[in-house]
Write a protein that binds this ligand. Structure first.
Ligand code: UDH
Ligand code: NGS
Length: 394
């Protein structure tokens, strides 16, 4: 009887101690450790593709949905290569443009992106090194949306990447293709990128199976844009977003430098691809989908009236004008939290430092012109007249 009572006492004491131990273990420090182990298990599940949470809702998925699985690890030595197909990609991405988005919010949502807008997968060695080149001027709002979507999109693809914004200084007519030449050279100065994506600031990819890696031939990625009813507007279209390896780029002497204003430069680039003996590859229309942020033609990027005549001469000009003749001056290079901003003076048609016109001399009394050429001296002819003549004949 007596010993039965003391047995109960010992049992109650034992349970009490258990309770105290459990209470202590559930304090913050222990919780952290338990969460850490749970995270490891969850990550292993994700990488093997078996985590239930990882099964994305493929319709209208949030682009940030499965990035919470990425955990920064201290040491990057001896990490294995990333899988050939990223387990983090899900398919279609829901794209909308809510008001009030700030750069600080984007930074907070992308904690693993480092200065200059660079990223490497924390848990595996990327198979691809991709630089994104964005020609830019006065489109800060578009840039914000692009960064919001592009960072998680590229992280899902497990790429080693950086985003370069090439900002044209001054107010002179915009020159998209020349800015791309600047972007190519300046990005390659920083790292041995094996793929360059030339990306308009107003195009948001809508499917993360559209991989930002290079193919055997130059790739036109923006094959299906909403503004064209999600199909190619014409067979040779090469605008919006394209991808070239450094080898492709140099083989076609880069892009033309002399298309000032809107239109034609992308067609010229497409022609260069075939003149250099390459072909254009494309993803499927199901995957190469983009939403364009609606806008009007910018001030300073007026339609270029010379573009058709210039296109007719690409065969003669591509080896002379391009990467080998691109002249510019970098004004600044800033490694900002979400991108590298390169501000550049690309000059005008008259060169990098066009001579300022001297003030007009006071007119002298004109002598009588000798009879002869009614047009006057030959050097007064505008060389563009020749191009306009060509256009009207064709
Ligand atoms: N860009 C700028 N600032 C400018 C002009 C162009 O950043 O002032 C860049 C930007 O990356 C843009 C790209 O150059 O996405 C292409 O320019 P765009 O968006 O004006 O060209 P797009 O063909 O739009 O996409 C055309 C608007 C309607 C033109 C109708 C002409 N018939
Ligand atoms: C072509 C332009 C391209 C342009 C494309 C789409 O006509 O530069 O339309 O334009 N080529 C010429 O003008 C020679 S868009 O509908 O996006 O405004 O990219």
């Amino acid at each position: 009887m007596f010993s039965f009572h003391s047995k109960w006492r010992y049992l109650v004491m034992f349970l009490g101690v258990q309770l105290v131990v459990m209470a202590l273990l559930s304090r913050e420090g222990y919780q952290k450790r338990v969460t850490y182990f749970f995270r490891i298990f969850r990550k292993l599940d994700v990488l093997s593709g078996s985590a239930p949470g990882h099964r994305l809702n493929h319709t209208g998925a949030d682009v940030y949905a499965n990035l919470s699985y990425l955990v920064n690890v201290q040491s990057k030595d001896d990490v294995p290569y990333c899988p050939k197909k990223s387990p983090l990609t899900g398919g279609p991405i829901h794209v909308s443009f809510p008001s009030g988005l700030t750069m600080a919010q984007i930074e907070r949502k992308n904690p693993l992106v480092v200065r200059g807008g660079r990223y490497r997968p924390p848990d595996c060695e990327a198979r691809h090194r991709t630089a994104i080149i964005i020609p830019h001027r006065n489109r800060e709002n578009h840039l914000k949306f692009l960064l919001y979507y592009l960072h998680p999109f590229l992280q899902r693809q497990q790429l080693n990447y950086a985003i370069y914004v090439i900002h044209q200084a001054g107010n002179y007519t915009f020159n998209r293709a020349k800015l791309m030449n600047v972007g190519f050279r300046e990005a390659m100065r920083e790292e041995d990128w094996n793929c360059l994506f030339f990306h308009d600031v107003d195009l948001i990819p809508e499917d993360d199976r559209n991989t930002y890696t290079c193919d055997q031939n130059p790739k036109h990625a923006a094959i299906a844009m909403d503004k064209f009813g999600y199909k190619l507007p014409y067979k040779m279209y090469f605008g919006g977003v394209s991808a070239l390896s450094p080898l492709h780029y140099l083989k076609m002497n880069g892009f033309p430098n002399n298309y000032w204003g809107w239109g034609g430069e992308d067609d010229d680039i497409g022609i260069r691809v075939s003149l250099a003996g390459m072909v254009i590859t494309r993803p499927s229309v199901k995957v190469g989908r983009y939403k364009m942020i609606k806008h009007k033609l910018d001030q300073g990027n007026e339609v270029n009236p010379k573009r058709f005549n210039m296109l007719a001469k690409t065969r003669q000009t591509w080896k002379l004008d391009g990467m080998n003749s691109a002249e510019y001056e970098v004004i600044s290079r800033e490694h900002l939290p979400l991108y590298t901003n390169i501000t550049v003076n690309i000059g005008t048609e008259a060169g990098l430092h066009p001579p300022t016109k001297p003030p007009p001399k006071p007119r002298k009394q004109k002598k009588q012109e000798p009879p002869g050429d009614p047009k006057g001296p030959k050097d007064q002819e505008d060389p563009e007249d020749e191009l306009t003549d060509f256009q009207s004949q064709h």
